[in-house]
Design a protein around this ligand. Structure first.
Ligand SMILES: *[C@@H]1O[C@H](CO)[C@@H](O)[C@H](O)[C@H]1NC(C)=O
Ligand SMILES: *[C@@H]1O[C@H](CO)[C@@H](O)[C@H](O)[C@H]1NC(C)=O
Ligand SMILES: *[C@@H]1O[C@H](CO)[C@@H](O)[C@H](O)[C@H]1NC(C)=O
Length: 418
């Protein structure tokens, strides 16, 4: 084809010349007739069944991506952003008006643009690549749609299915969100949806357990998510199971000398040593009436427990005020033992926020622990992990074994009625 020929056939469509419409520097787009240009529809695009969304791609490269992607039937192209949608099966009425967007039916383009991949089929979810002189397939999008009932995509141009993408959703009118409004196309090719939309006016359902006691019978001990977003360790073995563990120490790997903020949000690893976090405690404990169990162990293997039949923690504005009552057990009552020293009604203290009632000590500092200190406490189980030592600041339970260091402590909660 001569240069003159090129200018003569320069396409003019609906008053657009290709040049006007193409992103600057995208020469393959300005002169698509080199490739027997396919049919373009200006100002109409599809926001459904987008298999892949690719940015900073020229238009002919976009066509090429469609030709090598399994199930691709067309493209949406937005030259302003050089944004390319590889679109699956749609019907003509799925094309809605959209300024500046162009749709093209892939069947109107020559297959030769796919190069070595032109006669090579990959299965759903894959694209064909030609690399190192070999043709192969690679997964690039999730085949199915995410499980997002009663929700619609909150993505400006509709959702796509790129492998590794996280898409935002919003609930339909009349529905309320439970969880985080995202669904992720995982590298396994499966979606992981982090939310549900439930009918406004209905109770938060039990699909997310309120606590470990809501897990199905026979569930194993392990890490679960409760109350939509709180990761907890569930003890499903001790005393008929259903316990949500809120504190655990057994090797001293995790320091408990932490700030107000760290006690607020929690620290450590719920399958190792950790504090669940005062906000999480408040959130879980405000759902029902709870009991709390403390398990204690010494380095010589001695062990004991303390159970409180009432246990709750206020919100941060109350200083995470503790309500605790009803001791029973074998360890002695290290938390409410007598009226002058009961932690009932106390706010939480940390080294950087003293809310205790001691005239002489700054308890969190003196006992080296975040706790509901009064003056200060007999159950200092957030103190220092110091095998073989004793002292005010080591982790101890005075009513059981003075101020000798414990080797293991675990606090866990369960609905009072179970
Ligand atoms: C694309 O072109 C093919 C072949 O002409 C046709 O069967 C199909 O309906 C077209 N798709 C759309 C969305 O117009
Ligand atoms: C749910 O209902 C309440 C009370 O009628 C209303 O204030 C709220 O905006 C509704 N939320 C949604 C998501 O419709
Ligand atoms: C915190 O709890 C108190 C007492 O229950 C309540 O009056 C207050 O409104 C709560 N504050 C917040 C921010 O929720």
């Amino acid at each position: 084809m001569s240069i003159l020929g090129i200018f003569l056939v320069l396409p003019v469509l609906n008053g657009f010349s290709m040049k006007e419409y193409c992103h600057k520097k995208d020469f393959s787009c300005e002169q698509p007739f080199f490739y027997e240009q396919g049919k373009l529809e200006f100002g109409r695009c599809s926001s459904i069944n987008v298999l892949r969304r690719l940015s900073r791609l020229g238009m002919i490269d976009c066509v090429r991506e469609c030709l090598v992607t399994s199930q691709c039937k067309g493209i949406n192209y937005r030259p302003d952003w050089q944004m390319c949608d590889v679109v699956g099966e749609i019907i003509s009425k799925d094309l809605g008006p959209e300024d500046g967007c162009v749709h093209s039916n892939i069947s109107t383009w020559p297959e030769s643009l796919a190069g070595e991949c032109r006669n090579y089929d990959c299965v759903d979810g894959e694209k064909c690549l030609f690399e190192d002189y070999k043709v192969r397939c690679e997964q690039v999008y999730c085949v199915n749609n995410p499980n997002a009932d009663n929700a619609i995509s909150d993505e400006k141009f509709g959702h796509h299915k790129n492998l590794g993408a996280g898409l935002k959703f919003r609930c339909n009118d009349g529905y309320k969100l439970q969880g985080h409004p995202y669904s992720f196309c995982m590298h396994s090719g499966r979606w992981e949806t982090k939310f549900r939309c439930i009918l406004n006016g209905t109770e938060i359902s039990n699909e997310f357990p309120k606590d470990c006691s809501d897990l199905p019978k026979g569930s194993n001990s392990g890490v679960y998510v409760v109350r939509t977003n709180i990761k907890v360790f569930c003890d499903m073995d001790t005393d008929s199971g259903g316990w949500t563990v809120i504190q655990h120490r057994f090797n001293g790997m995790q320091t408990f000398e932490k700030s107000w903020h760290e006690y607020k949000t929690g620290f450590g690893d719920v399958s190792g040593e950790f504090w669940l976090g005062n906000d999480n405690l408040h959130a879980i404990l405000s759902q029902r009436e709870y009991k709390m169990r403390v398990d204690l162990e010494y380095f010589d293997g001695n062990n004991a427990l303390a159970v409180y039949s009432g246990f709750s923690v206020g919100n941060e504005s109350t200083g995470y005020k503790l309500s605790i009552s009803g001791y029973s057990g074998t360890a002695g009552d290290g938390m409410t033992d007598f009226s002058q020293n009961s932690l009932n009604g106390m706010s939480f203290s940390t080294a950087d926020r003293n809310q205790d009632m001691s005239d002489v000590h700054d308890c969190a500092d003196y006992k080296r622990s975040g706790w509901w200190h009064r003056d200060c406490t007999k159950g200092n189980i957030n103190g220092l992990y110091r095998p073989g030592e004793q002292g005010n600041d080591v982790m101890h339970w005075r009513t059981l074994n003075g101020k000798y260091s414990l080797s293991m402590t675990r606090m866990m909660i369960k609905p009072a009625s179970i």
